[in-house]
Write a protein that binds this ligand. Structure first.
Ligand code: C2E
Ligand code: MG
Ligand code: MG
Ligand code: MG
Length: 282
């Protein structure tokens, strides 16, 4: 009986692995031509100042709509891009597109709205990254202070000295740095003192269950310590008013989540920005 179960399990896994392998191969093949076929785009999710509820920034989120596969989520294709060499051209395309787009919004609105761009660890480690960013900012005449890069805390733990140096080079350009998905990795707040960065993003993991299955104690701890260390905090994945009010009470400065806005197309984000301006003029 046990043997039989073992056999079935074995067969099952074997099939599973094969299917995953073929799926990933298919993804990789399609992803290789995604750039030239113009299948990539960016969505922009507003980041809101808690006090004023004003939009102060957006996070650029990569979208891929493939002719055969349909829309594929970044959670699926970013790992494939990272395993191949594809994350570099794709990552560079994201940087250029976000910088070009944000400069356009700056010209239209005359307001200093920041755009945040996610960087893969593979992209971040490359020695030519600071130069690439510098050249793109010059090419589009985008103020460096309106670009923020998001890196995950894993990078900090892996190679402290290399990361610290790379961060200094990027900060020297005037670009901002945010630590994404904070709390899900291994680094502590104390550890963060070794690095030059501008803001912490509390991961959705510590927000999503409040108040049904969670008292928000981890979010609270992060916010308290960050306040003592004079670090700016944004919470991501805020979906309800309860969560918003809880974060506000605990002095979280910024919010990103469905409660305010979902990721928007460039066109919709632009409408939102210009609407706000009309409101103020009237
Ligand atoms: P992330 O950087 O932590 O981005 C936040 C993710 O949470 C986004 O998912 C966003 O759509 C989602 N989100 C925002 N607010 C809410 C909310 O209230 N509720 C829920 N349930 N979700 C919310 P998305 O767009 O699927 O991106 C997933 C991840 O893929 C990102 O996580 C990021 O790690 C990666 N990614 C996205 N774009 C890029 C990119 O251009 N380059 C790289 N290297 N990674 C990217
Ligand atoms: Mg992010
Ligand atoms: Mg995040
Ligand atoms: Mg996250």
């Amino acid at each position: 009986y046990a043997l039989q179960t073992g056999d079935n399990t074995y067969v099952f896994y074997e099939k599973e692995i094969r299917v995953n392998y073929l799926n990933n191969l298919k993804l990789e093949t399609e992803l290789r031509s995604a750039l030239e076929k113009n299948e990539l785009s960016l969505a922009y999710q507003p980041q809101v100042q808690v006090e004023t509820r004003a939009i102060i920034a957006s996070e650029a989120l990569l979208r891929w709509n493939n002719e055969n596969l349909g829309p594929v989520s970044p959670g699926q294709f970013i790992p494939v891009a990272e395993r191949t060499d594809l994350i570099i051209p794709i990552g560079n395309w994201v940087l250029e597109e976000a910088i070009k787009q944000n400069k356009k919004w700056y010209d239209i609105t005359n307001k200093k709205i920041v755009v945040a761009v996610n960087l893969s660890p593979i992209q971040f480690k490359r020695s030519d990254l600071p130069q690439i960013i510098k050249e793109l900012l010059e090419k589009y005449q985008m103020p460096a202070e309106l670009l923020e890069i998001e890196i995950t805390e894993g990078i900090l733990v892996e190679n402290m000295e290399g990361t610290s140096l790379q961060l200094e080079k990027i900060k020297a350009l005037g670009v901002k740095v945010a630590i994404d998905d904070f709390g899900t990795g291994y680094s502590s707040l104390k550890y963060l003192q070794n690095f030059n960065f501008d803001k912490l993003k509390i991961d959705r993991e510590f927000i999503k269950d409040y108040p049904q299955h969670d008292t928000g104690s981890i979010a609270k701890t992060i916010l308290n310590l960050a306040a003592q260390m004079d670090i700016n905090v944004i919470a991501e994945g805020v979906e309800t008013q309860e969560q918003f009010l809880f974060l506000k009470e605990n002095h979280c400065q910024q919010i990103q989540g469905y409660y305010f806005h979902k990721p928007l197309s460039a066109k919709d984000f632009e409408m939102l920005l210009t609407e706000k301006i009309t409101d103020r003029v009237d």
